[in-house]
Design a protein. Structure first.
Length: 251
C-alpha cells in the first residue's frame, strides 16, 4: 500500500489524569473513507482535533503526506491547513449569516478571489449539493438535512484534499442519516477527497467506509479494510459492533 496521507505514530496525549491517546497508531489512506469508531469518550474528537492543530500531542508524531507536522514551519502549516476541511457535529453554521455567506466564508477568509469568482464557486457548490434556492435563507429556516448540506458545501468550497467529519449524522432521523451517509459517499467519489469520519452509526457506517479503525483505551486496537474488519475475532471489537447492532444503542 502507498504511504498514508495522514499517519499517527505512537501518539500520546493526556489531559490531567485522563490518558486519551496512549501510543496511538493510525493510517489514513489517500482517496478513501476511513471510519473511526469507539465508545463515547474514547477520544475520537480529540484525534480529529490533532489533525487540524486544535490539540497538540505530548509525544509521538503525526505525518501529513510524509512530513512531520510538528516540524513544519508557519508557511507549510498554513498551506497544510488549506488542504484540510472539517464538518463538526453541530455544523457550526453562523445563524446571523445567510446560506450564501456561510458557504463563502472560508474563501472570503482564506483566498484572494474576486467577488464574482466567489459567487460562481458558491453557486457551483450550491447546485452540486442540491440546495439551490436557499442562498438567501438563514440556517434556522432550513431542515436539519439541509443544514448538513450547507455545512458540507462550506467544507468543500476550498477544494480540500481531506475532509474530517465528526459525527455528521447526530440529531437526524434514520432517513436523513442515510441521506447524509449517501451524500458523503457520493461527494467523496465525485471530488475524490480523503475522508475521516468519526461515527456512532453502527452498522450503517460500514456501508460507506473503505477502512475502519476502532479506538479503545488510547489505542487503535484494529484497523483494516471494512470487509476484513468485520471478520475480526477480537472480542472487544465484536462485542462493540454486534452489541450495538443488536440494541441499536448509542455507545
Ligand atoms: N480540552 C480538554 N480538556 C480536558 N479533557 C478533555 C479535553 N478534550 C477532551 N477531553 C476529554 O478527553 C476524553 C475524550 O474526549 P472526546 O471528545 O475525544 O471523546 P469522543 O470519543 O469523541 O466522545 P463522543 O463519542 O461522546 O463524542 C474525554 O474524557 C473528554 O472529557
Amino acid at each position: 500500500m502507498t504511504t498514508p496521507l495522514i499517519e499517527f505514530v505512537n501518539v500520546k496525549k493526556r489531559f490531567g489524569n485522563i490518558r486519551v491517546m496512549d501510543g496511538l497508531n493510525l493510517s489514513i489512506h489517500r482517496g478513501q473513507i476511513t471510519a473511526v469508531i469507539g465508545k463515547s469518550g474514547s477520544g475520537k474528537s480529540v484525534l480529529l482535533k490533532h489533525i487540524i492543530g486544535l490539540e497538540e500531542q505530548d509525544s509521538g508524531s503525526i505525518f501529513y503526506d510524509g512530513r512531520d507536522m510538528a516540524q513544519m514551519d508557519r508557511t507549510a502549516r498554513r498551506k497544510f491547513k488549506k488542504r484540510v476541511s472539517y464538518m463538526f457535529q453541530d455544523n457550526a453554521l453562523f445563524d446571523a449569516m445567510t446560506v450564501f455567506e456561510n458557504i463563502a466564508l472560508p474563501i472570503v477568509e482564506k483566498s484572494t478571489l474576486s467577488r464574482e469568482e466567489i459567487k460562481e464557486r458558491v453557486l457551483t457548490r450550491v447546485n452540486q449539493l442540491d440546495i439551490t434556492g436557499t442562498e438567501e435563507k438563514y440556517p434556522a429556516q432550513l431542515s436539519g438535512g439541509m443544514r448538513k448540506r450547507v455545512a458540507l458545501a462550506r467544507a468543500l468550497i476550498t477544494d480540500p484534499e481531506v475532509v474530517l467529519f465528526d459525527e455528521p449524522t447526530t440529531g437526524l432521523d434514520p432517513v436523513r442519516k442515510q441521506g447524509v451517509h449517501g451524500m458523503i459517499k457520493e461527494y467523496q467519489a465525485q471530488f475524490g477527497f480523503t475522508a475521516l469520519v468519526v461515527s456512532h452509526e453502527i452498522p450503517e457506517i460500514f456501508d460507506i467506509a473503505q477502512q475502519v479503525a476502532m479506538l479503545d483505551q488510547g489505542k487503535i486496537i484494529l484497523q483494516d479494510n471494512t470487509e476484513q474488519f468485520l471478520r475480526t475475532n477480537l472480542d472487544v471489537v465484536r462485542c462493540f459492533i454486534h452489541g450495538k447492532e443488536k440494541t441499536g444503542e448509542k455507545i
